[in-house]
Design a protein around this ligand. Sequence first.
Ligand SMILES: Cc1cc2nc3c(=O)[nH]c(=O)nc-3n(C[C@H](O)[C@H](O)[C@H](O)COP(=O)(O)OP(=O)(O)OC[C@H]3O[C@@H](n4cnc5c(N)ncnc54)[C@H](O)[C@@H]3O)c2cc1C
Ligand code: FES
Length: 275
Amino acid sequence: MNKIVSKENIAPDIVKLVIESPIIAQKAHAGQFVVVIIDEKGERIPLTLADWDHSQGTITLLFQRIGFTTKKLSTFGVGDCLAHVLGPLGHPTRIEKLGEIYCIAGGVGIAEVFPVARAFKHAGNRVTGIMGARSKELLILETPLRQICDELFITSDDGSYGTHGLVTDVLKDLFGVIEKSTHTKYPQLVYCIGPVLMMQAVSEITQSYGVKTRVSLNPIMVDATGMCGACRCTVDGKTVFGCVDGPDFDAHQVDFQELNKRLHAFKNEERNIDL
Ligand SMILES: Cc1cc2nc3c(=O)[nH]c(=O)nc-3n(C[C@H](O)[C@H](O)[C@H](O)COP(=O)(O)OP(=O)(O)OC[C@H]3O[C@@H](n4cnc5c(N)ncnc54)[C@H](O)[C@@H]3O)c2cc1C
Ligand code: FES
């Protein structure tokens, strides 16, 4: 069970694993995630279902080597088994035919937005993708995204590929063009996954244009069953749990400042753990 059948380093510090997991593959929907425990002494880490294959009974996870567990997981190879993979967890993204949808992601969030963009496209929407990476070498999944998106904009922080700047620069430009145009209209929905500051900046722009926006939140999770409270966030002034109430929420109601603060709560402890 949970055997790694393929492993690929798709960008510096970003690893793609295909894992045998027939039951999760059968039940997976866009926007859901799994909790992985890599070995019997391992902690639980949430990773988004980047893809799945019903017929092969496999799921695909893409992760960034960021700390103790993801670094250790990156040492696993084809044939190795993960101790536990629990899922699919979280509510699937609400997929509807709305018209024009902007899917926006940054960094490893691009892997997380991919199945959502694909599902919106399959539901008959026109999908515009806006993907950002720090530099060209860190940009992932460009080819499959080009196949799904009706239009794809790429940005890089250092200007090494696509537009020099941030996803929010492209978003502002697009809204500027729409405002001046008599033929086009605003997107019916903006869907965004990425670093908290990026989601917050996207949310502020879309709020000023009155465009409905959903974000997939990434709070620290422990049990991912709604029992421990680690993933507590504030949305619309109420306490919600990212794992069981989310991970998708109305961006305009999220307290991003609190989310950011809670994500950094264990920074010192995380820094002091050696592999
Ligand atoms: C629903 C969800 C889906 C996610 N999907 C992906 C994905 O597809 N690919 C990917 O690369 N990352 C994803 N993440 C983030 C991933 O879970 C963290 O990077 C991972 O837990 C870090 O563990 P670590 O031990 O390597 O690093 P640590 O050194 O423990 O932490 C590094 C940073 O990761 C964050 N983090 C730590 N522990 C957790 C935790 N248990 N839950 C959430 N964040 C944590 C914190 O911001 C921390 O500062 C997702 C997070 C959530 C909540
Ligand atoms: S991770 Fe424990 S309640 Fe969500």
